[in-house]
Design a binder for this molecule. Structure first.
Ligand code: UDP
Length: 397
């Protein structure tokens, strides 16, 4: 008998920021579709319905609809964002249904459940947060927690609803965050299913990607020596102001390394002048990280980017921009898998640290990659988690 699992992809941004919403969801949708495919592959009785808010001009969902998978997409107009978000929130709060929730990583969860109220007057404080071995500095907490209009309260309310879910599916690698997962797994919380890394390695080309440009980028990398290039990319929404762009260009020049830089806005004329790199628009990030010419990644630390870099064992220099990215960056540094970007002339030095063939961070990232690949290949932890999830959900119907 077939079972249909419903997944909704609802943006959390303000409906008025239309461009933001469009960009926001491209990354989210990709990992959701990948997860849906894994459910399909694991158990042929499973069909997945993905509910997503339609955005403008993108053929992304249309392209997926063409795929012969047992995934059904329902696209809803923009004006449905609020009612759909409310409906989903209500479903999540109904204990009797078989709903579960999809998260990127345990630290995010722990934070939502356990984060003490931040002191807006003293942002130097450190917090003991479940899932973190060491106290977490206020400055890496998402800024909306400090929002005077009740950011923290809204966050906690939202988090409490997750407690009512039947399960929490997390896109993390069990072996990457064993401490956080252990802290979080107890009788008071719903069961946790760490199913990651859920990344799209052979997905459809993103509609933002210019295929001619893609070929140029890959050809350029093909001509570079092994591990010689630094790749810079700041996610689907990441862009910098012209003065910052100039500063980054200068720092790159000082680092002495070649680079590939994904800039989603046209660079100021002289930004990359005199440097030894290539500037492109939307980058084929997964392909780039998988290329052996790439030795380091300056990243905004979006969760997909982190998983992709670990999968290809490319160490990160963290450059978080907003929301949970600071916390992701902090976690990566704590785990010894990234180096923090310094904000002065030493920028060159943090880049050099990840590019150094014998560096500690490089060795640790390589170990993590091996762990992640081994887990997947042996039908290991993510495979078992998906199996447990399906069993628990179908058992609950
Ligand atoms: N991405 C890409 N090319 C770009 C920018 C982003 O392919 O120029 C992809 C990247 O591989 C990742 C996703 O877009 O899969 C971004 O997701 P992430 O969670 O890292 O950041 P967000 O965009 O949500 O801030």
């Amino acid at each position: 008998m077939p079972y249909d699992i419903g997944i909704s992809v609802v943006p959390y941004m303000e409906a008025s920021k239309k461009e933001t919403i469009k960009q926001n969801r491209v990354g989210r949708l990709a990992s959701t579709v990948e997860f849906a495919k894994r459910l399909n592959n694991h158990d042929h009785r499973i069909w997945v319905t993905v509910l997503c808010i339609q955005w403008f001009s993108s053929g992304f969902v249309d392209a997926y609809i063409e795929e012969p998978a047992r995934i059904h997409f329902i696209q809803l107009p923009h004006s449905y964002i609020d009612p759909v978000r409310n409906a989903i929130t209500n479903i999540v709060s109904m204990k009797s249904t078989s709903n579960s929730t999809w998260m990127s990583q345990p630290i995010w969860n722990s934070l939502e459940f356990e984060c003490p109220k931040p002191d807006t007057q003293n942002t130097d404080l450190e917090h003991l947060i479940l899932g973190f071995a060491n106290p977490v500095p206020s400055c890496v907490l998402p800024s909306f927690l400090f929002n005077k209009d009740g950011g923290y309260t809204a966050f906690v309310k939202f988090a409490q609803r997750f407690k009512d879910a039947k399960g929490i599916v997390i896109n993390t690698i069990e072996e990457l965050e064993p401490y956080a997962l252990r802290c979080f797994s107890n009788a008071q919380n719903p069961p946790i299913y760490p199913v990651g890394p859920v990344i799209q390695l052979d997905g459809l080309p993103n509609p933002e990607l210019d295929l001619v440009q893609r070929d140029k980028v890959m050809k350029w990398l093909d001509n570079q020596p092994e591990s010689s290039d630094v790749f810079l990319c700041f996610g689907s929404m990441g862009s910098h102001e012209p003065p910052q762009v100039k500063e980054i260009a200068l720092a790159l020049d000082r680092s002495g390394h070649k680079f590939l830089w994904s800039l989603h806005v046209p660079p100021p004329v002289d930004a990359a002048a005199g440097t030894r790199g290539m500037v492109c628009g939307w980058a084929p990030q997964v392909e780039v990280l998988g290329h052996n010419a790439v030795g380091g990644f300056v990243s905004h630390c979006g969760w997909n980017s982190i998983l992709e870099s670990l999968w290809f064992s490319v160490p990160i220099v963290t450059w978080p921009m907003f929301a949970e990215q600071q916390l992701n960056a902090y976690m990566m540094k704590e785990l010894g898998l990234a180096v923090v970007m310094t904000l002065d002339y030493r920028k060159g030095i943090s880049v050099r640290q990840v590019m150094d063939a014998g560096s500690k961070v490089r060795k640790k990232v390589k170990k993590t990659e091996e762990m992640a690949r081994k887990a997947i290949m042996n039908g290991g932890s993510p495979f078992n988690s998906i199996g447990r999830f399906i069993e628990d959900m179908i058992g609950n119907i």
